[in-house]
Design a protein around this ligand. Structure first.
Ligand SMILES: CC(C)(COP(=O)(O)OP(=O)(O)OC[C@H]1O[C@@H](n2cnc3c(N)ncnc32)[C@H](O)[C@@H]1OP(=O)(O)O)[C@@H](O)C(=O)NCCC(=O)NCCS
Length: 237
């Protein structure tokens, strides 16, 4: 147990340059308090003492602002930075050396039963405000951008951003955002359709302008002819 506590504290120093002393970390890091409370709650949960487990989890939430369901399975050296607003669902599994920032939700979509929360691989970073919703896997060494909404599996060594999140980088290589064959993206599809629509409307407006100018010319010619005819009739009188 002491070994685990020591590695939890080491994880804080590895991930947070602001951490100054062990005393400060143990006393003030809410993420650490939430993980320790979760270990106790999870022990009760595995023994079938569900209510006791939930009570511990809720007390921990009251003090830390971090809600970890007692059923969640958490690996070694999880670091929750700042923590406020983090929610981790019951069937969530988190690997080793994962970093979570404030406002992260590892939740369900409400459409699944049984395993309904994500499985997070090792060495994954989930940035502030990101929502990972559903029972899929986030591959090892992947990064989820701030405020991303992830609704499907993320391959290892990927960076995903946006709403709904798409892969923008894999194995260190940036992906061409406009390469539609490789990167289906509903937003880009809509924008491309809108561009096509605008081009077609511009063409129609130009055609109408030309037609209008032609009609105006014809009208002018007709008026000139009528005027000449009137002058001719006047001279005959
Ligand atoms: C995702 C993140 C971890 C960077 O990962 P990375 O693999 O180094 O990715 P890059 O910085 O090379 O970014 C790749 C592309 O995604 C874009 N991007 C990065 N983060 C983004 C985000 N949150 N939302 C939208 N686009 C984002 C970049 O602008 C870049 O686009 P480009 O290729 O057009 O230039 C980082 O941007 C991030 O979100 N960090 C937040 C960390 C955090 O929560 N801190 C809180 C501390 S309190």
């Amino acid at each position: 147990m002491w070994k685990q506590i020591r590695s939890d504290i080491e994880a804080v120093f590895q991930n947070d340059p602001a951490a100054k002393s062990v005393f400060e970390v143990v006393l003030t890091y809410s993420g650490l308090h939430a993980i320790w409370a979760h270990r106790i709650a999870h022990w009760f949960y595995r023994k079938g003492w569900y209510t006791v487990a939930r009570v511990i989890s809720q007390i921990s939430r009251f003090f830390t602002g971090i809600e970890i369901h007692p059923g969640a399975r958490i690996g070694k050296r999880l670091f929750i930075d700042h923590g406020m607003g983090v929610v981790i669902g019951e069937t969530c599994e988190i690997g080793d050396d994962v970093v979570l920032y404030q406002g992260v939700t590892l939740g369900g979509t409400g459409k699944e039963s049984g395993k309904r929360h994500p499985t997070i691989g090792n060495n994954v970073v989930i940035s502030s405000g990101a929502k990972v919703l559903g029972s899929f896997t986030i591959g090892d060494h992947s990064k989820i951008g701030a405020n991303a909404v992830v609704l499907s599996e993320v391959p290892p060594y990927s960076t995903v951003v946006g709403l709904k999140a798409r892969v923008v980088k894999q194995n260190g290589v940036s992906l061409n955002k406009l390469d539609h064959d490789k990167l289906p993206d509903p937003l880009i599809d809509i924008m491309t359709k809108m561009q096509d629509e605008i081009a077609s409307l511009r063409e129609q407006v130009n055609e109408l302008k030309q037609e209008n100018a032609r009609l105006a010319r014809e009208q002018h010619e007709r008026e000139k002819i009528v005027a000449y005819e009137r002058i001719g009739e006047g001279s005959n009188l």
